[in-house]
Design a protein around this ligand. Structure first.
Ligand code: UN1
Length: 512
């Protein structure tokens, strides 16, 4: 049995949940407002964290601004070395942190460990990147001139993260932002403050061991008001926000109003097309993991299956059988496939979506419902369910963060692609097919309109090496691998004249 108290102790939460000695955790000292961290696993309150107020926020910004002045002068590979040490510290704490993620957020232990693995992977990626922040050089149109571009740090990067990946998304942003020379302020989800405090302890120790001043990596525990202060603040150069489309629109508008930079990772409405040329057994694993993994609470969760009419009945019955075998329960017990939803509000929204789906004519082939009593006493455990629907149902167009899977039938690939694209969101997509023509059409300019498009892989479980993000209401931002680092830097074009005359561009003559 998992000893949560020992884990809290290892992560320095129990004995000191206000501030680690290297500081940078900001919670109001005279503030009576606390955030309770409640585990959806057993309904218990794990601990509480103090909320920061406006004055804390201001003090924090001043400290971060000060820290930036020095941090930007540390050579990037040296910053990479600190991130390397952070990755090692995560390796040491993988089990404890992964377990706390599972307990505070409710995802399965395997997925909790997987989330910490993503953090380790992005650290490794960022270490290499710290020597590869390349700019281009260009040929000037003028003789004896040199033109090139450099990438400079932005300053303060504000990170607003969601409960579903309570620590990995922070690490994706932080590891890149740090090697790029920025300082960070993290506002985690109010639903998962303890995993955030644990991460702050881990990273603060690394900074301290390297004699780096406080203020490079900061954690602010607060509610929406703190988020609003950050988004409106011209001292925060970039806001990287992960969450619902509703939240993202508010953040995008506030940051846009001051012409700041934002990187938005918002909702998805991810579909897998199951073609008549699909390997159905492989498709089953991708579809079921995509739909019920993390209890359907990933941005990349599979919400819709678009199935060819010739394999529809066969595949639907495979799904029903597979759902019948799912074990729902304590996510810390590795025998279970599906853990709880994050809280009872999420359960209410799940129930509400099922009702709406039925009202629009959805036919459930696997019924949903809330599990009660005994091991389910937190009230957060629900049954993954499956409904046959039409793509244009209002509820199908909407992202419900819960394990509700919608089935849609198609005849032609063009129709399937149009259905797949026919939603406001554009994060992840997939096709299951062994037919090359179908696969290539799906990946082409006439195919999926999403930021992520896979063949013979489900919609969730992206690796950190690729750029992560999506189009349309998903917000357009890209995090993690590829050249996503550019979002954390400002580009400067430099032209140097080493001639003894000053020719003007475009051949303009201007003699004095
Ligand atoms: C998210 O759901 O916010 O692709 C991120 C995946 C994970 C990340 C999901 N690597 O499912």
């Amino acid at each position: 049995k998992t000893d949560i108290n020992a884990i809290l102790k290892q992560l320095a939460i129990k004995e000191n949940n206000e501030a680690f000695s290297t500081g940078s955790i900001w919670g109001g000292i005279n503030n009576s407002k606390n955030i309770n961290s409640f585990s959806p696993v057993d309904g218990k309150t794990i601990s509480s964290a103090k909320m920061a107020d406006d004055a804390d926020y201001d003090a924090l910004i001043v400290k971060a601004q000060q820290a930036f002045l020095n941090w930007r002068t540390v050579p990037s590979p040296k910053r990479g070395e600190i991130v390397r040490q952070f990755g090692d510290a995560l390796r040491e704490n993988k089990e404890a942190l992964g377990t706390l993620v599972s307990y505070e957020m409710g995802k399965s232990l395997q997925e909790g460990f997987g989330e910490v693995q993503e953090m380790i992977d992005i650290c490794d990626f960022a270490v290499g990147l710290s020597r590869q922040l390349y700019g281009l050089t260009m040929h000037s149109e003028r003789p004896n001139h040199r033109m090139y571009e450099q990438w400079h740090p932005l300053g303060i990067v504000g990170i607003i993260s969601a409960f579903n990946f309570p620590v990995a998304v922070w690490a994706w942003n932080t590891a890149l932002a740090l090697v790029c020379g920025n300082v960070c302020i993290w506002k985690p989800s109010e639903k998962t403050p303890l995993t955030a405090i644990a991460c702050q302890h881990i990273i603060a120790k690394v900074f301290k061991a390297n004699d780096i001043e406080e203020g490079v990596c900061n954690l602010i525990i607060g509610d929406r008001e703190i988020g609003e202060l950050m988004t409106a603040d011209t001292r925060v150069a970039l806001i990287s926000a992960t969450g619902s489309t509703r939240m993202g629109k508010a953040v995008g508008a506030a940051v846009g109003a001051r012409l700041g930079k934002s990187l938005l990772e918002l909702g998805g409405n991810n579909a897998i097309i199951i073609s008549e040329h699909a390997d159905l057994d492989m498709s089953l694993i991708g579809a079921v993991f995509g739909a019920v993994g993390t209890a359907g609470q990933r941005c990349t969760s599979t919400r819709r299956l678009i199935i060819h009419e010739s394999v529809y009945d066969t595949f639907a019955s495979k799904l029903v059988k597979a759902y019948g075998q799912l074990r729902i329960g304590d996510p810390l017990d590795q025998n279970n496939h599906v853990g709880p939803l994050i809280d009872t509000d999420a359960v209410a929204s799940y129930l509400n979506s099922i009702e709406k789906c039925k009202a629009e004519g959805g036919k459930f082939i696997v019924e949903g419902g809330v599990l009660e009593g005994g091991a389910y006493s937190s009230g957060c455990y629900v049954k993954p369910c499956i409904a046959e629907v039409k793509n244009d149902f209002k509820i199908v167009q909407h992202e419900t963060f819960a394990p509700i899977l919608y089935l849609i039938k198609y005849k032609t690939l063009d129709e399937a692609i149009a259905l797949q694209n026919g939603v406001p969101q554009g994060l992840s997509s997939a096709i299951m097919t062994l037919n090359l023509r179908e696969a290539e059409q799906f990946l082409s300019y006439q195919g999926s309109d999403c930021g992520i498009a896979n063949v013979n892989i489900g919609t969730s479980g992206a690796e950190i090496g690729g750029a992560f993000g999506g189009e349309k209401e998903t917000g357009g931002g890209r995090e993690s691998g590829s050249d996503a680092w550019r979002a954390y830097m400002r580009r400067q074009t430099n032209t140097i004249n080493y001639a003894n005359t000053l020719p003007l561009a475009q051949g303009i003559k201007f003699d004095l």
